[in-house]
Design a protein around this ligand. Structure first.
Ligand code: CO
Length: 141
């Protein structure tokens, strides 16, 4: 039986993929995978244009950078053909989740205070080096 810690993580809210060309990515998901994909929208305050691949159990966000300060610009510079950028888990209480993580020795990016994310809900990002190279987003739902 799996060893479980204190229950913190809820469902996967989304998986975010950085892509160099959002229009091409949308067409590929629609055309080759038959996926239902939302129309792209710009979120300039978050430095991205985004479209959602809508799935039965979660969604995949296709992210294209906008501007020099985009949070995914550096990632795409290192991974020019794109790649998985982060996975987002839902939490019920983001402050409790942060405090528990920090008490266990984990690191939160930035100043440690939740910000309002691309979905209008409080989010935090956890240091990828603490999680085997994967950037984790926690979103309070
Ligand atoms: Co996200």
């Amino acid at each position: 039986m799996a060893q479980e810690g204190k229950a913190m993580l809820g469902p996967v809210n989304h998986i975010a993929l950085a892509v160099p060309d959002l229009g091409e990515a949308v067409e590929r998901y629609r055309g080759m995978l038959g996926a239902s994909v939302s129309e792209p929208e710009a979120l300039p305050e978050h430095g991205v244009r985004v479209a959602f691949v809508l799935l039965a159990n979660t969604k995949v966000e296709l992210l294209e950078p906008i501007g020099e300060n985009s949070p995914i610009a550096a990632f795409l510079a290192k991974n020019p053909s794109g790649g998985m950028h982060h996975i987002c888990y839902e939490v019920a209480d983001i402050i409790a989740a942060r405090d528990s993580l920090v008490a266990a020795g984990g690191r939160v990016l930035g100043d440690g205070r939740p910000k309002i994310g691309a979905h209008g809900k409080p989010v935090l990002f956890l240091h990828p080096k603490d999680f085997f190279g994967t950037l984790i987003e926690l979103e309070q739902v």
